[in-house]
Design a protein. Structure first.
Lengths: 337, 354, 565
């Protein structure tokens, strides 16, 4: 009887033991919290491990959840690096003191100044350009000019927009506020809403499908969504137009990273960060998702290159974070859902 | 002649291969209380459920008020039969309070009428005080009364009671069955009761059918069932008694070990008598009250066993020839086991089977 | 060793002639034990809820003012209509389907009765996405119509509107009501219906006046789950871009970087649900739902003529839109794009993680739910009741908010532990609890206790109290009564609960994402990875695997219940 009990206890112990994650510190490893999804980041990690022998362990989640997690863990956090798919959350992480300032010549050299934090708490790794896509059968591209122009009455019932809840639209408006001020920007956003052909849509792809199907004529999307959609159906009557080429340039957001303040493997983490900005990793960034490499020396994917080159908005992307809340409130006021 | 309220004609019911009701017929007049009495598994509840319409009949027919409600091909649904039913487990609606339970069947009445009918019934069954309680808050006896009131509320043509007192303790059972009979008679309700308890049947019913293996053995009054059972089964099932071998004599008398029985065989059981030729061997039923204590009697028996019954003691006595008889003797005649006592035969009715 | 606290009183099992006294003393001794279970679990759930409520210590007047001035009223109106629509929709659909499959006989009845659970295996947002893809302006239906009529079809209902969300959510959540209501109808026994018939009510009247009211705890439980799921939903409404209260929560958190404001908003959800639960239970506090005796089931009534067609038609209609259509779309996508992502080894791993986590969580939540339900039965006082009510509130919170609420105290505890370890032993322990499956399971418990509680609680309503008393009279102690008397009766309830939790956990995202140990990716995590960058077609593979895995408990469940009924 006793023997059986003892064996049960042992079995239970073994069982539970297997539940506990191994916390053994590897000599060389980097722990990453990533809001950039696995398949868009794993190839770079694999390459890094192959080249350096440093192990990368990562977990993915939404930005908000990862930030909350870092805050809760405080100095005990196992994370060395935070990767996000937008600038706003990196700015917030830096503001909340979750990231450390990194001074690295390699990073300064590889990453243009406007795509990294002025305090060096975070760095852009790939560029996500938000541009105009239009129906080639219904729109003469010479009628297109700027984001702001889409507020003009001539686009009445011709515009489709993705929801304002998506961070890319929030960044776009935030950068607009940085450039024109709140009042002017609100006028633009109200103009967009007045021109909507249908209620805001839940994602970029759907917005383009609506344009292609003739429900509306123009929309604003990130270029890689356009790339993906055209790859699936090259015959869609859609084309990219690069707006604001004569003034501020195309709005870009970044997918980027920063080193956590309480990183236990700071050196290895910086090494990884530098690696991600390097030529090799940047090429992978260009390949995996038809995004633009942040490193200006690297050519984008040939498909992407075929869309033509464009002038980026040179204003530091940190503004997207600083003004994000203002932008969200503005869009709420303007009735942009 | 008036149409009987309930008429069953040769009904038959079976679950698959197994026949549970076999060619059963009975008639119940308006205002009468009938009872189906029998051991468990005899098919009595099935008959009740056939009358209610919960079970179909394989053949035969059921008529209520002269209208055919069940036959082999057709069955009026229970809700169209104008019957009321009191279930063995009462089946009170647990989610409704007492008033709502009684009110349940009154859906066709106007609101005012409903209220007065519910009040009337609460009065009748003496449950005014608990009108707003829920079934689980009542005692077993109270629940029973609610079940009765609920079934009576819509003034059914026929009330069916399925072992209504079997969940109650003995005292309550007796008291309630008297009460229920009074209520039924006052309301002039025709009712049919199913039970395995003969005392319940005796107190409540006017006519009792003793059932065995899907058939009614005898449909009769309580008195006749006891004193003039039509079959060995009925004789055995109702009351106590033993069978002693006897021989039919010329003068329509039967000779048994204890003497010769004359009784009133001739008038009362002529049909039985005709069956038995002179000189043939029969078995005679002796009830405990057929044998009385008589110190002076030459007939002696040994006390084998005794059971104290209060006013009486039920003695099991061994006769000289070895057969056992029962005798109910006033309890002041207290004999010990093994004692030899004098007895005398005093039978009014002679019941004999071949 | 735990005799005192858990009421294991084996020594009193022997027959004791003096038993009335024995019962009393046992009861007295058990008081602490059973209540402790309830209080402990309630506390466990209360911690994350407390964390959420503690957000009021850091006021966010700015965001609140902004919300009140701009969107809040609209969001509340949207949420109200959505909740009302889903409550009405799931009740109508769930109860009617349950009634048809539990009481009637018609061709395919056995198959349909379990097939109707299938839609539950599909995450609501997947159904939503597929429905939009098919019925929206760019979808094949409208495109075809436009070609036929050679013009726009403005008369075509806008699926992105309120009605569309309500329909999709109803189709996704009706299984809660269906499963519980069916359970109620199957265990109801025929006696009450017969009583109703003997009182002159036909079958239909009997349904509305007896069967339906007697199934109320079950139906209410199922509807509560559907309502909580609706209130906490973010995925489905964002596919439709239909703004609800949850939208405001996520906007405050993700867009305005204020977790406090998000938590404050979320605590309002808890209050709403608490009030609804409280009112519902208050309303039926004195009513009982146990029949005096569980009699045999009624024979099924054969449906004939157009009734058969109507019922079969309704079932097929539901199955088509809630299951066949989404699964066909997913299969189509899988065939088109599976090569991108398919890695047998990894998918087996996802599958194993999903199954084992769901299984463990289902087991744990059911055990705890039984203990809680039982402790209320033993001690039906206000304190214990409230404790249990509180313990089921975790389901009303949006998953991510609850995930943070769980994570913060665990991280804090971990910090304390490692601090002590440092002080006492000079060892750097790192995180001890966090990142283990234990954390995950506790998190699942706090979220899904409601899902296991409602079915088991309503099953307990079927057990008359006299059974307990009889068992105590026979000298059985607390544990033995539970084991020998209640568990057999609760069986169907427990199976229902386990099935629901299993499938729910498998679909669950925010808690899984936040608390999973490194490498413990599940099918749901994979779906998240794909959909968060809009790669819906690639999400089809994990999604369909998830649906298939969800069939396992559903089929097991149906086998079990067919056996018992």
């Amino acid at each position: 009887m006793l023997k059986r009990k003892a064996s049960h206890v042992l079995a239970a112990l073994f069982f539970f033991n297997s539940f506990f994650a191994i916390n053994t510190a590897y000599a060389e490893q980097v722990v990453v919290y990533s809001a950039r999804i696995e398949q868009l980041i794993k190839p770079m990690f694999d390459a890094f491990t192959k080249d350096t022998g440093i192990r990368v362990r990562y977990t993915t989640d939404k930005e908000g959840a990862l930030l909350a997690r870092l805050k809760a863990e405080g100095k005990n956090t196992p994370a060395d690096m935070l990767i996000t798919a937008d600038a706003g959350n990196l700015w917030e992480a830096a503001r909340a003191g979750l990231l450390m300032s990194v001074n690295s010549e390699v990073l300064s050299k590889n990453i243009p100044a406007h795509l990294r934090d002025p305090e060096n708490a975070w760095f852009g790794l790939s560029v996500r350009a938000r541009t105009i896509v239009y129906n080639t059968r219904k729109v003469d591209p010479t009628d297109l000019s700027t984001y702001e122009d889409l507020a003009d009455a001539k686009w009445e019932k011709r515009l489709c927009l993705r929801t304002s809840k998506k961070v890319y639209n929030q960044s776009l408006v935030a950068m607009m506020i940085a450039e024109h001020g709140e009042a002017e920007s609100e006028k633009v956003v109200r103009g967009w809403i007045a021109n909507l052909a249908t209620d805001p849509l839940s994602d970029d792809t759907r917005a383009m499908e609506f344009v292609a199907a003739g429900r509306c004529d123009v929309t604003l999307v990130n270029t890689y969504y356009y790339g993906r959609l055209m790859k699936k159906d090259p015959n869609l009557p859609l084309a990219i137009f690069w707006p604001n080429q004569n003034n501020s340039g195309v709005h870009v957001n970044i997918s980027g990273a920063g080193i956590t303040r309480h990183s236990k493997n700071e050196k290895a983490a910086i090494k990884l960060l530098e690696y991600l900005s390097s030529k090799k990793a940047q090429n992978l960034f260009a390949d995996v998702n038809m995004e633009y490499p942040v490193n200006p020396e690297i050519e984008p994917d040939p498909v992407v290159a075929a869309w033509g080159s464009f002038k980026q908005n040179p204003m530091n992307i940190v503004k997207a974070g600083e003004l994000q809340t203002t932008a969200v409130k503005l869009m709420d006021r303007a009735g942009y859902r | 002649m008036s149409i009987p309220l309930l008429k069953l004609e040769n009904i038959r019911h079976s679950y698959g291969e197994q026949t549970v009701v076999n060619d059963l017929s009975l008639i119940l007049e308006k205002g009468e209380i009938g009872c189906l009495l029998g051991p468990s598994g005899c098919g009595k509840t099935t008959v009740l459920r056939c009358i209610a319409g919960f079970e179909p009949v394989v053949s035969g027919e059921i008529l209520i008020n002269g209208n055919e409600v069940s036959n082999a091909v057709f069955s009026v649904p229970p809700d169209k039969r104008r019957i009321g039913m009191v279930f063995q487990d009462y089946a009170l609606f647990p989610h409704l309070d007492i008033t709502a339970n009684i009110n349940f069947g009154l859906h066709q009445l106007a609101k005012v009428e409903r209220r007065s009918r519910v009040d009337e019934l609460l009065q009748t069954v003496g449950l005014i005080d608990v009108a707003k309680k829920f079934p689980h808050e009542l005692s077993g006896g109270q629940q029973q009364r609610v079940a009765l009131a609920r079934a009576l509320a819509p003034r059914p043509d026929l009330l069916l009671l399925d072992e209504p007192f079997s969940n109650l303790d003995v005292n309550l059972r007796e008291r309630l069955s008297i009460e229920v009979r009074e209520i039924l008679k006052n309301q002039e309700t025709t009712a049919i009761l199913v039970t395995h308890d003969q005392h319940e049947a005796f107190t409540l019913a006017d006519q009792i059918g003793v059932m065995n293996q899907g058939e009614i053995q005898q449909w009769d009054t309580a008195y006749n069932l006891y004193h003039r059972p039509a079959s060995r089964f009925v004789a055995n099932f109702i009351g106590q008694g033993v069978f002693l071998p006897g021989k039919v004599l010329e003068s329509f008398q039967i000779k048994i070990e204890l003497g010769v029985l004359t009784g009133n065989i001739h008038q009362e059981r002529q049909e039985i008598l005709e069956l038995y030729d002179q000189g043939s061997q029969v078995e005679v039923l002796l009830r405990p009250d057929d044998i009385v204590y008589d110190d002076a009697s030459p007939l002696k028996a040994v006390v084998e066993h005794k059971a104290f019954r209060g006013a009486d003691i039920l003695y099991t006595l061994r006769l000289a020839g070895g057969s056992m008889v029962l005798s109910l003797i006033p309890s002041h005649h207290n004999h010990v086991i093994g004692e030899i006592i004098g007895i005398r035969l005093e039978a009014d009715h002679v019941v004999a089977f071949r | 060793m735990n005799d005192e606290s858990f009421g294991i009183t084996t020594k009193n099992k022997s027959v004791n002639l003096d038993f009335p006294h024995n019962i009393l003393s046992n009861r007295y001794r058990r008081v602490t034990g059973w209540r402790l279970v309830a209080f402990f679990v309630a506390a466990l759930v209360l911690i994350p809820i407390g964390v959420v409520f503690s957000s009021f210590f850091s006021p966010e007047t700015d965001i609140w003012l902004h919300l009140v001035e701009t969107t809040l009223l609209g969001l509340l109106i949207n949420t109200f209509w959505l909740s009302l629509g889903v409550v009405v929709g799931t009740t109508l659909l769930g109860v009617s389907l349950a009634w048809f499959t539990a009481v009637y006989e018609f061709p395919g009845r056995r198959f349909f009765s379990w097939a109707l659970l299938l839609p539950f295996a599909i995450p609501a947002y997947v159904t939503a996405f597929v429905a939009l893809g098919i019925f929206d302006f760019t979808g094949p239906v409208q495109t075809t119509l436009r070609t036929w009529f050679d013009s726009d079809v403005p008369w075509f209902p806008d699926i992105r509107g309120r009605l569309g969300v309500i329909i999709v959510m109803t189709l996704a959540f009706y299984p809660y009501v269906y499963l519980l209501a069916r359970n109620a109808f199957l265990t109801q026994g025929k006696r009450s219906l017969e009583a109703a018939q003997s009182l002159g009510l036909n079958r239909r009247q009997g349904f509305f006046r007896v069967a339906l009211p007697m199934a109320r705890p079950w139906i209410a439980g199922g509807v509560m789950l559907a309502l909580m799921e609706t209130l906490a939903d973010f995925g489905t409404v964002s596919v439709f871009n239909y703004d609800t209260f949850t939208t405001a929560i996520y906007k405050a958190w993700f867009s305005m970087f204020s977790l406090s404001a998000a938590s404050q908003l979320a605590s309002l959800l808890i209050i709403i649900v608490f009030i609804v639960i409280f009112l519902e239970q208050q309303f039926r506090s004195r009513i009982r739902y146990a029949e005096t005796k569980i009699s045999q089931h009624a024979d099924r009534i054969k449906l004939t003529g157009w009734h058969t067609w109507a019922v079969t038609g309704l079932i097929l209609f539901v199955l088509f839109f809630a299951f066949i259509l989404p699964v066909s779309q997913l299969s189509f996508w899988v065939v088109n794009s599976y090569t991108h992502d398919f890695d047998k080894q990894r998918y087996l791993e996802f599958l194993w993680h999903s199954l084992s986590l769901s299984g463990l969580a289902a087991f744990l939540t059911c055990v705890v739910a039984v203990l809680m339900v039982y402790s209320v039965r033993r001690h039906p006082d206000g304190m214990t009741r409230s404790a249990v009510r509180v313990a089921t509130l975790g389901y009303a919170l949006p998953g991510s908010v609850l995930a943070v609420g769980i994570f913060i105290p665990i991280a804090w505890l971990d910090g304390q532990l490692s601090g002590w370890a440092m002080q006492l032993f000079g060892v750097e322990t790192g995180m001890l609890i966090q990142g283990t499956l234990v954390t995950m399971l506790i998190a699942y418990l706090t979220r899904f206790l409601a899902v296991s509680h409602f079915p088991i609680d309503s099953a307990m309503q079927r057990v008359t109290r006299s059974i307990d008393e009889a068992a105590m009279g026979l000298g059985l102690s607390g544990w033995s009564i539970l084991q020998k008397v209640h568990l057999p009766v609760l069986r169907t309830g427990i199976f229902t609960a386990a099935t629901l939790v299993f499938v729910d956990v498998m679909k669950e995202m925010p808690i899984t994402l936040m608390t999973r140990p490194f490498g413990w990716d599940t099918l749901a995590v994979r779906i998240f990875e794909m959909t968060s960058e809009g790669e819906w077609e690639q999400a089809a593979l994990p999604a369909i695997t998830l649906v298939l895995a969800g069939l396992i408990p559903i089929i097991l469940f149906m086998r079990q219940t067919e056996k018992t009924s």
